[in-house]
Design a protein around this ligand. Structure first.
Ligand SMILES: NC(=O)c1ccc[n+]([C@@H]2O[C@H](COP(=O)([O-])OP(=O)(O)OC[C@H]3O[C@@H](n4cnc5c(N)ncnc54)[C@H](OP(=O)(O)O)[C@@H]3O)[C@@H](O)[C@H]2O)c1
Length: 295
């Protein structure tokens, strides 16, 4: 006898990304490779189990990159989930592998090959900032030629929708005519530096898919789960600190889609249960005050 699995509304509700319905709580695959995003996972079976459980719990939007590992996250996604559920939206990114000038097409082809798909639902063009690309590199990046290549790849059917990542307000404005569907920049309850980009997403009805929604695993970035006010709010509403951080994002704007990253089944379950967490007006206002958006 089989046990039917009860499937209710996706946690956190739904949104549309590149014309496809997605649950607002998705999954970021960057924590699946080994420490610091390098090498094989500490425990391959757990990594595969996390991906399968994510889908069971309602994730139908997975964010990945060929250079997570490198070559590890995509291989795990393929091993865990192929043949993919029809409703799964796979989003990758190119341009962030530090030596990319004119290699966007090769990046898309590599993702298509390792994920074993004919088309990537969305590909984010990940721009390098000056600190990442070095003094000469930032100037060498020609946004228009990169966007032209992305549009060509979309016209050929290899990409469903184009996103941009790590962009400035000017760069997003410049990219809009290419037909952008989503924006990925760092953003969390404790880091609202890029709030003006969220405003632009709202204005143009684009999905805002923040990376580091919990403050990442990297040192030197404010950890949402460790902030005393978040911990206090979590106790007050009967949730965990991670859930408070994610619930704040869900409540802050309907254009926000979540892709928290985890290598832990327990954390995954916690993050997915965020859809049931309700923050009252007083808690929301306290959390709103933790980080000031720029004027
Ligand atoms: N576009 C870009 O340039 C870009 C850049 C970076 C990331 N991304 C994408 O954004 C996604 C999210 O960013 P991220 O993974 O770097 O950072 P994140 O989601 O902000 O945080 C991940 C960290 O939080 C921990 N964590 C997750 N759930 C938790 C919970 N319930 N309680 C306590 N700790 C928890 C994880 O540890 P455990 O593994 O122990 O749970 C990990 O250390 C990535 O996975 C990736 O797909 C995109």
């Amino acid at each position: 006898m089989t046990t039917a699995k009860l499937r209710i509304d996706p946690p956190g509700g739904t949104a549309v990304l590149a014309g496809r319905p997605v649950a607002r709580i998705g999954f970021g695959a960057m924590q699946l490779p080994g420490p610091g995003v390098w090498g094989p996972p500490r425990d391959r079976e757990t990594a595969l189990a996390v991906l399968r459980r994510a889908v069971e719990l309602g994730v139908n939007h997975i964010d990945t990159a060929q250079y997570y590992g490198p070559d590890v996250a995509n291989e795990l996604i393929h091993a865990a989930l192929h043949p993919y559920p029809e409703n799964l939206v796979l989003v990758s990114k190119i341009g962030g592998d530090r030596d990319d000038h004119g290699e966007l097409r090769a990046g898309v082809e590599a993702n298509l090959r390792t994920l074993s798909v004919d088309r990537l639902d969305v590909v984010n063009l990940r721009l390098l900032d000056a600190a990442e690309s070095g003094a000469a590199g930032a100037e060498a990046v020609d946004l228009d030629s990169q966007l032209d290549e992305m549009v060509a790849l979309r016209d050929e059917g290899k990409i469903g929708g184009i996103g941009v990542s790590n962009v400035t307000l000017d760069q997003l404005g410049h990219a809009l005519p290419a037909g952008i569907v989503c924006v990925q920049n760092a953003y969390s309850l404790l880091d609202r530096t890029h709030e003006p980009l969220l405003d632009m997403c709202r204005e143009h009805d684009l999905a805002w898919v923040p990376f580091f929604p919990l403050g990442s695993a990297f040192p030197g970035i404010a950890k949402v789960t460790e902030h005393p006010a978040v911990v206090g709010a979590a106790t007050a509403v009967g949730a965990t600190p991670a859930q408070v951080g994610l619930a704040w994002l869900l409540a802050h704007d309907p254009h926000i889609l979540l892709i928290p990253g985890t290598s832990s089944l327990d954390h995954l379950a916690e993050n997915m249960a965020t859809g049931q967490v309700r923050l009252d007006a007083e808690t929301l206002s306290l959390l709103d005050g933790l980080a000031a958006p720029p004027n």
